[in-house]
Design a protein around this ligand. Structure first.
Ligand code: ATP
Length: 327
């Protein structure tokens, strides 16, 4: 039998990502439109355990669509990994008469939702909020587009100074386990080489590219490296190039947390709005314990288990293109 959903709670968890506010706003507005009440849970699962819930009305989310970060704050919460912690969290939700929960976050957030929804009779819906784009079941995650735009803007600026001084810049972008940010930053910034966790490229390939470029007198000044590159991070690759080809003056720049911040791009705002809207609609239709995404421009739902355990693959054609265009 379909549940009668009257009060929903929403939280953001894990790393923050630009567009999370747009998703919260869409949840609040869609719920209010349908005469549901919304509570914001502060600081992710930590706030769920501590009963830190605040009522959210339409006016509370006014002017938030353009803001980076998350108005609900986020936190890492070890206690939620324990059955006792999740019991406390459930008790808080019951105390606030919550009927369903929307969680916005990455893989860890989905893992928490998966365990919780197995233990308690409380429907969860997950929305993919992470700059890394490494979540199965959606073409893009909320925050990814903003992150790559920020990275490309930074690389463009570095290119100006790199060309002026004839230096070789190694620019580290985020992505400990996945190369989505590196791949698209590499393509969009026209990098001479891009290193990411999904390939086996290392210093040998790089030295060979540099030698070929020298013969052709090709300008070779920007190398993008994902932080999780298997065969050496940006510092290591820069050091090895300098050791092997001392004609190169190398510099390393880590874009770091700049990639997490800033006003979300229009694409991220639209994606987040669609997903927030669909989260509430799905709950009202009786959908339970699913991670939502957009695939080929259509709403897509997968079980939390699949979202957590299935690997989202890099686009292999884009990977090949990256090599061709960098020649
Ligand atoms: P990001 O991709 O930005 O790192 P994330 O959602 O993967 O986001 P995590 O810090 O891994 O970020 O997870 C967020 C929270 O989810 C954790 O602090 C914890 O409260 C909860 N969580 C993670 N793993 C588990 C688990 N195995 N069991 C229960 N809860 C978990």
């Amino acid at each position: 039998m379909k549940r009668d959903i009257k009060r929903i709670a929403v939280l953001t968890s894990g790393g923050d990502a630009p567009g999370m506010n747009a998703a919260i706003r869409a949840v609040v507005r869609t719920a209010t439109y349908n005469d549901l009440h919304v509570y914001g849970i502060m600081e992710g699962y930590k706030g769920m355990i501590n009963g830190n819930l605040v009522r959210l009305e339409n006016k509370d989310v006014a002017n938030t669509i353009l803001r980076g970060g998350t108005i609900l704050k986020t936190a890492r919460c070890e206690e939620f990994k324990t059955a006792e912690g999740r019991q406390k969290a459930y008790d808080s939700l019951v105390a606030f008469d919550i009927d369903a929960v929307v969680v916005i976050g990455g893989n860890g957030t989905y893992t928490g939702a998966y365990y919780f929804s197995r233990e308690f009779n409380m429907p969860f819906i997950g929305l993919p909020g992470t700059i890394d784009n490494d979540i199965y079941g959606t073409d893009f995650t909320i925050g990814y587009d903003t992150a790559i735009n920020t990275a490309v803007e930074a690389v463009d600026k570095i290119r100006d100074t790199a060309s002026s001084h004839n230096r070789l810049f190694f620019i580290e972008v985020m992505g400990r386990h996945a190369g989505f940010i590196a791949l698209e930053t590499g393509i969009a910034s026209g990098a001479a080489a891009t290193f990411l966790p999904e390939t086996d490229w290392g210093i040998d390939e790089l030295l060979s590219m540099l030698k070929k470029a020298a013969i052709r007198k090709k300008l070779f000044n920007i190398v993008i490296v994902a932080e999780g590159n298997k065969n050496g991070d940006a510092n290591e690759l820069a050091r090895l190039v300098h050791e092997n080809l001392d004609s190169y003056e190398t510099r390393v720049t880590t874009i770091g947390h700049l990639q997490r911040g800033g006003s979300p791009t229009a694409s991220d705002r639209v994606l987040a709005s669609r997903l927030g809207y669909e989260a509430v609609n799905s709950l009202m239709k009786g959908v339970e314990n699913k991670a939502l995404g957009i695939v080929n421009d259509k709403l897509h739902k997968v079980d939390f288990w699949d979202a957590i355990h299935k690997k989202k693959e890099l686009n292999q054609e884009m990977l090949q293109m990256l090599e061709v265009l960098a020649m």
